[in-house]
Design a protein around this ligand. Structure first.
Ligand code: FAD
Length: 383
């Protein structure tokens, strides 16, 4: 392992690897440290809007991601009980023309694998769980659970909602449990076909206090996915998720439309995840350490933009450090925060409120954004 790299990124999630690829492209020497021993294709889908596809274009993986993804023509919102359409948000060709890139839904593991391939070989180090980090003013020392150490000029904390870097900067504090869980299930299309129902490529079923978002995760339509938001008094389980069941789903969605009931009956495995968040942080960086993505502004996932914000953060950080160079990283960090805080906080608020696209609204402020074209706002400059 190289021992004198300039930038160390902790966490190789969707945000960390995007930052890594773009910082490497900008000419920086970057190493990425990930606690997992390897990545598996875990059962989850993800939306990727045009705002992210423009970043993938810059990384060089837009076509590869588009090739494996579903390209829905609409985001439908429907009343959970009656099935009445509450909104029909045009995507497909409209997104391409209006926002400058496609809107995709994809398997999270497949997407992540393509992002990882875009990193320079040998720069992603698995099995490296950061245990402590120390900024001595002239550099940062990282210590990992396997006893190895690494020194870098600056450190990017892309280590998710339980970020060790956030904890170092701001102290130990558990994230807030929102009072909602998300169920996640992947279903083979053949099983769905046997139900005799039609399942739309991208649809959110809503009622007063819960919802189910369902969509394709592959361009060939082989796999369908749903993720829910359901009130749940407390999260008193160990671990990031626990198994759920068809019975629990039937109970949670009693009275929902027959299409949703058919989806539940076709479910083979379903898991349950706590939905966590944090209040906006008082700082995004200190000294030689900076945060991005869920380490910085985790949110309930209801807008399908959490990973998108992590990826946008990575792109903006690379852009700002590209402007200032590493020798003036402090200005780079301030510029980064000045150009990210307002947008990320706005998305965080809308996502937590769970109102996004429930009615016929214009999503251009999210989808039309181009992080490379947006004028750079100076430090302390108002929007
Ligand atoms: P993460 O993806 O959490 O990555 C952090 C990485 O850091 C992990 O690989 C972890 O192993 C590693 N790490 C942690 N601690 C250490 C350590 N000490 N040392 C080394 N490595 C460490 N977002 C969307 O944009 N679209 C969606 O459709 C969507 N759906 C969602 C559905 C659900 C149910 C949930 C819960 C979230 C959803 N999100 C969605 C949100 C999205 O998953 C997150 O916002 C996104 O993953 C954040 O990316 P990240 O890179 O900041 O963090």
């Amino acid at each position: 392992m190289p021992n004198a790299s300039r930038i160390a990124i902790v966490g190789a999630g969707l945000g960390g690897v995007a930052a890594g690829a773009l910082l490497q492209q900008a000419g920086f020497v970057v190493d990425i440290f990930e606690q997992a021993p390897a990545f598996a294709r875990l059962g989850a889908g993800i939306h990727m809007g045009p705002n992210v596809l423009k970043i993938f274009r810059r990384i060089g993986i837009e076509d590869a991601v588009t090739a494996i993804s579903s390209k829905p023509d609409f985001w439908f919102s429907r009343d959970g009980a009656t099935g009445e359409y509450l909104s029909r948000i045009p995507l497909g060709d409209y997104a391409l023309k209006t926002y400058g890139a496609p809107y995709l839904t994809v398997h999270r593991g497949d997407l992540h694998a393509l992002q990882v391939e875009a990193l320079q070989r040998g720069t992603l180090h698995f099995d490296k769980r950061l245990t402590s980090v120390e900024d001595d003013g002239s550099g940062v020392d990282l210590t990992f659970a396997d006893g190895t150490r690494h020194r870098a000029d600056i450190v990017v904390g892309a280590d998710g909602i339980n970020s060790r870097i956030r904890e170092t900067l701001l102290g130990e504090e558990k994230p807030n449990y929102s009072g909602w869980v998300g169920h996640r299930a992947l279903i083979d299309r053949d099983r769905l076909a046997r139900t005799g129902f039609t399942f739309e490529p991208c649809v959110k079923w809503w009622s007063r206090d819960r919802h189910m978002m369902a969509y394709d995760t592959m361009g060939n339509g082989r796999e369908y996915y749903y993720v829910t938001g359901v009130p749940h008094p407390a999260w008193d389980f160990d671990g990031a998720s626990v198994p759920s069941s068809r019975d629990e789903m039937r109970e949670a969605f009693a009275g929902y439309h027959p299409t949703v009931q058919a989806l539940i009956e076709a479910t083979t495995e379903v898991s349950k995840w706590p939905l966590l968040n944090r209040n906006p942080l008082p700082l995004w960086s200190r000294g030689r350490m900076v945060l991005l993505g869920d380490a910085c502004h985790p949110m309930k996932p209801h807008m399908a933009q959490g990973a998108a914000m992590a990826i946008e953060d990575g792109a903006m950080l690379a852009r700002c450090l590209g402007e200032t160079g590493l020798s003036d990283f402090a200005t780079g960090f301030r510029l980064y925060e000045a150009n990210r805080r307002e947008r990320a906080s706005r998305v965080q608020a809308v996502s937590n409120a769970n109102t996004w696209l429930r009615t016929q609204e214009d999503p251009a402020w999210v989808f039309g954004y181009d992080i490379f074209e947006a004028p750079l706002r100076g430090e302390g400059e108002a929007a």
